[in-house]
Ligand binder design. Structure first.
Ligand SMILES: [Ca+2]
Ligand SMILES: [Ca+2]
Ligand SMILES: [Ca+2]
Length: 302
């Protein structure tokens, strides 16, 4: 087990324990305010357009994440809910290195099962990047013993995605300045939240906060845990087990969200391309379109 000290996620956790009370907040820190996700995404994941630029009722052809929050990108990602029975089409093998992770079809147990994910990028008042993310989860109340687990929200400058192959290998690498937000669960509840930066060898902890209430601020980042806010109607599509038999769908009953004033962490990049959400057994991959490589490749084009 001690060989796990090579595990970057172990490194970040251990480092955070050391810095949790010693990190001074930068002068430029701007506390993010978590958005109302239901005002950004419809229940089917499409973007809401119900108000104008002043927030008054009426569609104006502009997604409301821009009107309401000055957002620059908003991404909805639908992930299968398995609950140990149904097929999740992106299960993670749990390797230490991003390049060693594999994605395959399988089942995920409730404590590690991610449902839909919501991400928004915006700017603070001085133009610095802020990132908000939320994920639906299955609670494991009544599970004995309640396991300890985590969910990562990782943001990479490189393009991280799967290509062909079964299982599917992940292409793309971590780059100095990549951001990791890890939310730890213990005893069936959110217990701590940490911010880390990839330094080329591992994730270095920049800040960590013990959870004492459902919604909490650490100055440069905020987080909440509670009920789902925009559950996708899971009964709206077929759910199958690994043998192809239809199985009952399960709705998520937990939700965690975090907002980070990325610009408050000078060693962290503000130009991410890819989004990776993971638990020990589940993984969700997506990418930004208005920042990072996708935005640069289309800049000046048609
Ligand atoms: Ca609008
Ligand atoms: Ca998945
Ligand atoms: Ca899942």
């Amino acid at each position: 087990m001690f060989s796990q000290t090579k595990n970057p996620f172990v490194l970040i956790f251990m480092t955070m324990l050391l810095v949790v009370t010693s990190v001074a907040q930068p002068v430029s820190a701007e506390e993010p305010a978590l958005p109302n996700w239901a005002a950004i995404f419809n229940a089917n994941g499409s973007l809401v357009d119900a108000v104008d630029a002043d927030g008054n009722p009426g569609a104006n052809g502009i997604p409301d994440y821009r009107d309401l929050y000055g957002g620059i990108d908003a991404i909805f990602i639908q992930d299968n809910i398995s609950d140990s029975v149904a097929t999740d089409m992106s299960v993670r093998n749990g390797a230490d290195l991003l390049s060693d992770e594999l994605v395959f079809n399988g089942t995920v147990d409730a404590p590690n099962d991610v449902g839909n994910v919501y991400v928004m990028a915006s700017r603070n008042q001085t133009g610095g990047l802020q990132i908000y993310a939320g994920a639906e989860l299955l609670s494991w109340a009544g599970t004995s013993p309640s396991p300890s687990t985590y969910i990562d929200f990782e943001f990479n400058q490189d393009e991280v995605r799967v290509k062909s192959g079964t299982p599917w290998p992940i292409y793309g690498n971590r780059t100095d300045g990549d951001l990791l937000v890890r939310m730890n669960f213990s005893g069936g509840a959110l217990s701590s939240v940490g911010i880390g930066r990839w330094n080329g060898n591992g994730f270095v902890g920049l800040s960590s906060t013990a959870v004492t209430q459902a919604c909490q601020s650490a100055g440069t980042y905020v987080f909440c845990s509670g009920d789902p806010v925009v559950p996708y109607p899971v009964g709206g599509y077929d759910v199958w087990d690994m043998d192809g038999n239809a199985v009952p769908s399960v709705a998520p009953d937990g939700f965690v969200q975090v907002g980070v004033d990325v610009a408050s962490f000078p060693s962290v990049s503000t130009n991410f391309t890819s989004i990776v959400i993971r638990t020990p057994n589940d993984i969700v991959l997506s990418s930004f379109s208005a920042i990072g490589q996708a935005a640069q490749s289309t800049a000046g084009g048609n």
